[in-house]
Design a protein around this ligand. Structure first.
Ligand code: C2E
Ligand code: MG
Ligand code: MG
Ligand code: MG
Length: 283
């Protein structure tokens, strides 16, 4: 909306637009070079078993180490990567890098845990997704059971297509998690037809869970439904002991959130979450 508040107001508005457009174009230029310049990094957020506070998995979360702006979170560049088609190359890199890191950890005597990788909707519907996943596993030697792919409810809108993709993926032995569960618009009926291994309760239901009765009811219901459907369930975005307590009272067995750990560079995961393995580490 352009209001005629005199010439200066209007000029300010267009200047603002110009600079936003300019920034976008500039960012796009840098993004095109980011992979070849090795600027993409995966951080890993530990997933914790509530029973004994052990790390039982990690989620790979992409960051872009921009040459001038420093570390950028995915919301700054993933939408742009999707609009420009760069998401295909970035997504494939992410798959391979997550598998490589996990295999390296396994070989170094780290915990035998899986890595979760987020798939963009475009990547999910890409014709050669299956081949890419297969290739990432073969190339790195990671066993399929240690790879989990995170999709969202919206990716299942086209029921027959997504059933086929999910069946192919799970026939490789990889697992499927439904991310941001409870925030989509899709029907629940897909839960009984599709090979989904895990529900990830969205952070929006956790944030106010200590005060909000509706959120408590929703979370309790998701957990109970997952148990009946023989699915695993993990809650996202736990930041406080109070939230953790309520989740544990509701029999939530796995959680992820700043309360235990932020997403960390690989080295910091090793440092904080791996039991000392070699003699020199114990001295
Ligand atoms: P997501 O998959 O739902 O990931 C969880 C997000 O919540 C992450 O943000 C994580 O850092 C953040 N988070 C975790 N615990 C807490 C907490 O206790 N409190 C709060 N406030 N936040 C918490 P991040 O890393 O910025 O990622 C945002 C989204 O970007 C992800 O949401 C995912 O949809 C997308 N994304 C991340 N990495 C990739 C990737 O490699 N490929 C694709 N296609 N998307 C990705
Ligand atoms: Mg995720
Ligand atoms: Mg999520
Ligand atoms: Mg998400």
């Amino acid at each position: 909306e352009v209001k005629k508040n005199g010439k200066n107001g209007f000029q300010f508005y267009t200047t603002q637009l110009d600079s936003e457009l300019y920034e976008r174009i500039e960012l796009e230029g840098y993004l095109r070079k980011a992979l070849e310049r090795d600027e993409m990094v995966l951080y890993y957020q530990p997933q914790i078993r509530t029973e004994d506070s052990r790390m039982i998995g990690v989620e790979a979360l992409i960051r872009w180490n921009h040459p001038h702006k420093g570390i950028l979170p995915p919301n700054v560049f993933i939408p742009l990567a999707e609009e420009t088609g760069m998401i295909y190359a970035i997504g494939n890199w992410t798959l391979r890098e997550a598998c490589r890191q996990m295999k390296q950890w396994h070989e170094a005597g780290g915990p035998l845990i899986p890595v979760s990788v987020n798939l963009s909707s475009l990547q999910f519907h890409q014709a050669n997704l299956l081949e890419q996943v297969q290739h990432a596993l073969l190339e790195t030697g990671l066993e399929a059971k240690y790879l989990e792919l995170e999709i969202t409810e919206s990716m299942m809108m086209d029921a027959s297509v997504s059933a086929e993709i999910l069946n192919e993926l799970t026939s490789l032995g990889v697992k499927i998690s439904l991310d941001d569960f409870g925030t989509g618009y899709s029907s629940l009926s897909y839960l009984k037809h599709y090979p989904i291994h895990k529900l990830k309760i969205d952070r929006s239901f956790v944030t106010d869970i200590t005060e909000n009765r509706s959120d408590q009811a929703i979370v309790a219901t998701i957990i109970s439904m997952a148990q009946h459907l023989k699915m695993e369930v993990i809650a996202e975005g736990i930041e406080t002991k109070g939230q953790l307590d309520i989740l544990m009272q509701n029999d939530c067995k796995e959680i992820q959130g700043y309360y235990f750990s932020r997403p960390l560079p690989a080295q910091e995961v090793e440092h904080h979450f791996f039991v000392p393995l070699r003699l020199e580490d114990q001295s």
